[in-house]
Design a protein around this ligand. Structure first.
Ligand SMILES: [Zn+2]
Length: 293
């Protein structure tokens, strides 16, 4: 889920942490989006509540297909960009999961694109459990993407955020804790588009000082988004900073060990303290404060 609308915290920065393999491949034949007829739309991974949007009489969908996605849209220019960048983000994010397989392939995930704010309100109102501030979201194998904002980098940032959730749903056999799921999505959301454009990197300036953040003991144990809308943005920002802190300011082997423990089913909190060598959460809070301030 992505909060409406996060500001870009830093403009001079790139995904410094991704491995060399994360450089996306050039768009090849397999990634070239092609039009498909409604009758040929793959439905194997659509739940009934998703298919209802596809069959909704108010939407005159057209369809584009790539190697991993079927896109439903009403304007081809933007949809084709989403298709191409979506495949590049897929390549970059999955390259950071070298030991995992795409468990959904060859089935495709679906991307619904909404451009009219009123349509988007209909989607949010018609989806149980959705917060009113939701700007875009992923449910299972389906992305509901709203085209908002004016800058391409902003739109593609939202796509990269949601693509992180979608790739995780395809690759991960476990559910990540909320802070890590949103933290990584924010991290890729901010940096993946620039990385895909081949823009330079500036690790040191990646994270500007924060005035305040969500207390880490609250963040690490959260299983739901904050109730107070004012705290939602802070929650996302703190998640991104903690994720960036773990990825950028520590040896990569620690991240890999941490992630391996999560995949093995260990609770996130103990895996985190153990692999990074903090005696307790108070010690982690002290170190994080030095990074975030
Ligand atoms: Zn999200």
């Amino acid at each position: 889920m992505v909060v409406r609308r996060r500001f870009i915290l830093c403009t001079a920065l790139v995904l410094a942490a991704v491995s060399a393999g994360a450089l996306p491949p050039r768009a090849g034949q397999a990634q070239f989006p092609r039009d498909i007829a409604a009758d040929n739309v793959e439905r194997i991974r659509l739940q009934p509540e998703d298919a209802a949007w596809l069959d909704h009489p108010d939407f005159k969908w057209q369809h584009l297909q790539t190697e991993h996605f079927v896109l439903h849209h009403d304007q081809k220019m933007f949809a084709a960009k989403v298709a191409r960048m979506g495949e590049q983000f897929y390549a970059a994010i999955s390259a950071d999961l070298p030991d995992l397989q795409d468990r959904t392939a060859p089935a495709r995930s679906h991307i619904f694109i909404f451009r009219d704010p009123r349509d988007w309100q209909t989607v949010v109102a018609g989806t149980p459990g959705m917060e009113p501030w939701t700007a875009s979201f992923v449910r299972g194998q389906v992305m509901f993407l709203q085209e908002t904002g004016t800058a391409t980098s902003e739109k593609m940032g939202t796509l990269a955020h949601e693509m992180t959730h979608l790739v995780f749903n395809r690759f991960l056999p476990i559910r990540l804790p909320l802070w890590l799921n949103e933290g990584l999505a924010e991290y890729y959301g901010e940096f993946a588009y620039r990385a895909a454009r081949g823009m330079g990197q500036g690790k040191r300036n990646a994270f500007r000082p924060l005035k305040s953040w969500t207390p880490l003991d609250v963040l690490l144990q959260a299983t739901a988004y904050p109730l107070e809308p004012a705290e939602v943005h802070l929650f996302y920002t703190t998640s991104k900073y903690l994720t960036g802190y773990l990825l950028l300011r520590h040896p990569r082997e620690k991240w890999q060990a941490f992630f391996a423990q999560l995949l093995a089913g260990q609770p996130a909190m103990s895996a985190l303290l153990q692999t990074y060598g903090w005696a307790d959460i108070a010690e982690l809070k002290k170190d994080f404060a030095r990074f975030a301030r």
